[in-house]
Design a protein around this ligand. Structure first.
Ligand code: MAN
Length: 539
């Protein structure tokens, strides 16, 4: 038996054109059939299954026996396993439910029509649901409308900013050329100034090395003279074989004694030698072995703490100071007096006397080279000025190049079909969860930082737009973040939605080290979403 339902349908589109009195019309059709499929179910003709597989008498439609493979003969019963039941849901949204849910005692359709024979007490909630949905859609429409207005502004600003950037770029490129030329010419100036500077410095250095060598020689001579004085026990102005023999360290055959022959050999085959011969021919050969009697006599430090010896001023420092003072006085001719002065001073001021055991260091090299003469200094100053000017110019060129690089990079980024996403470049948006502060810097990076402090973990750097082909700008992909332990490097997918505000709405980690962010922006508002929302008004 065919069950023909009387269905009251609210036809949205008609609502717009008909008067308010015409609220609905009754269209006769079998239970569970949609208005658009009504013409397939003509009670005056046999029914052909919608897949064309079979034709049956019309009274076998909805007779609770499944004849058609596609279930189309039982739109209003649960007889066919693959059938579907259409709820008109006047006042709300029409929908299909699987026919197995028909008369199963559970209210599925808001208009109650799926439970026409089960005894279930269903309440028609379509109007209420429709109202709620309408409200939601209206809100969405409002957001989309406002979002679109903002988007328009963003597009205009982006256009303007792009033009500005292009102009700035052109200006910077001109500047770059100027700085390049500047750098070139200042380099030539610098090199021209450095040549005479180098030569003058070299002359000064050589002269200083000569002075140092002369001083060293003087010191060696003084040491030799001192040793001579020590050796010349009888103070006759000669060092003799027997006097050499008093210094066992000069033993050459290792028997601990200096024989006459050994002593004679030390003296270069003669029996005695005067001071100048000693200085010139003997001292160099024995100074490595020779032990001063002063050192031998007091081999251990008395009660002077080590720190005192090691810390603070050393003998060399003193000498250096002495020399420096002499240098300041000017003229190298006074060098001869150095030691004499030193001795005098040391004697005068006992507290300054370094301990006698203090090791002698031969590091005259540490002495500071005297200041350059005026002419050399003029050349150095000129070269220094040229160097500074050159490096300043180089710095300026680098700055200009870096600005150009930044702008060029920005201009190559795809900021949407009308540049609507450009405004978020160089911005960051944060969202705090229980554990972390998440930061999204569009077209740059995504990061995660523990709330309780600690370092930032990269969740990816800007990769590309990642929405489906027809909606490419609906998602962004950030990749190659900090490596995940025994896993991939961290990455983030940012899903965009239309909103009045630009904000991170949610963050999650659907799979370890793969993050998902929901991000709202007016730039994503589209005409279609506004239209869709307003179209639903017709429900
Ligand atoms: C950190 C965070 C988490 C992540 C784990 C993986 O704790 O980056 O989001 O799941 O590392 O080890």
């Amino acid at each position: 038996m065919a069950v023909l339902g009387s269905v009251r349908v609210a036809v949205g589109l008609l609502l717009l054109s008909l008067s308010s009195a015409a609220i609905g019309v009754e269209v006769k059709r079998p239970q569970g059939v949609s208005l658009s499929n009504r013409h397939f179910y003509d009670e005056s003709k046999p029914f052909t299954c919608l897949d064309g597989s079979k034709t049956i008498p019309f009274d076998e439609v909805n007779d609770d026996y499944c004849d058609c493979k596609d279930g189309s003969d039982e739109p209003g019963t649960s007889a066919c396993p693959n059938g579907s039941f259409h709820c008109t849901n006047a006042g709300h949204r029409p929908r299909y439910i699987p026919s197995s849910r028909v008369n199963d005692g559970i209210c599925d359709c808001c208009d109650t029509t799926d439970e026409y024979n089960s005894g279930a007490l269903c309440e028609n909630t379509c109007k209420e649901q429709g109202r709620k949905e309408k409200e939601t859609l209206q809100k969405m429409a409002e957001i989309a409308k406002e979002g679109l207005r903002l988007k328009q502004q963003l597009i205009e600003e982006a256009k303007k900013s792009r033009e500005d950037k292009q102009q700035t770029l052109a200006e910077l490129q001109t500047k770059k050329q100027i700085w390049e030329a500047n750098v070139e010419s200042l380099k030539t100036v610098k090199e021209a100034a450095e040549k005479p500077e180098q030569e003058a410095k070299e002359i000064h250095k050589k002269a200083w090395e000569e002075v140092q060598a002369a001083r060293k020689l003087e010191k060696e001579k003084a040491k030799a003279a001192e040793a001579f004085k020590e050796l010349d026990d009888d103070e006759d102005g000669f060092v003799s074989i027997s006097e050499i023999q008093t210094h066992p360290e000069l033993d050459s055959d290792g028997d601990g004694l200096v024989s006459e022959q050994e002593a004679e050999s030390v003296l270069g085959g003669v029996s005695h030698i005067d001071v100048s011969s000693f200085q010139e021919t003997i001292w160099a050969g024995i100074q490595g072995k020779y032990k001063s009697e002063a050192v031998v006599e007091s081999p251990t430090p008395p009660d002077i703490p080590v720190e005192e010896a090691e810390d603070g001023r050393k003998r060399e420092d003193w000498k250096k100071e002495e020399l420096d003072e002499d240098d300041d006085d000017g003229g190298g001719g006074e060098e001869q007096d150095d030691d004499g002065d030193e001795e005098e001073e040391e004697e005068e001021d006992g507290s300054e006397e370094p301990p006698p055991y203090f090791p002698e260091k031969h590091d005259e090299g540490e002495e500071q080279m005297p200041a350059y003469d005026e002419a050399t200094q003029v050349l150095i100053d000129a070269a220094e000025k040229a160097r500074n000017e050159f490096s300043e110019a180089e710095k300026s060129l680098k700055e200009v190049e870096s600005l150009i690089g930044n702008i060029e990079k920005e201009l190559t980024i795809d900021f949407g079909s009308d540049g609507e996403f450009a405004y978020m470049f160089n911005q960051c948006y944060e969202m705090t969860t229980n554990e972390y502060v998440y930061k999204l810097c569009p077209f740059n990076k995504v990061a995660q930082k523990p709330k309780q402090g600690g370092s930032e973990t990269s969740l990816g750097i800007w990769g590309s737009w990642a929405g489906p082909e027809h909606n490419r700008f609906s998602a962004m992909k950030y990749e190659h973040g900090t490596g995940c332990w025994q896993g991939p490097s961290r990455s983030t997918l940012v899903k965009l939605s239309c909103g009045k505000e630009t904000a991170v709405l949610s963050t999650s980690e659907p799979s370890r080290c793969e993050y998902l962010m929901e991000f709202s922006t007016p730039a994503f508002c589209q005409e279609e979403s506004y239209r869709e929302a307003t179209d639903h008004d017709e429900l």
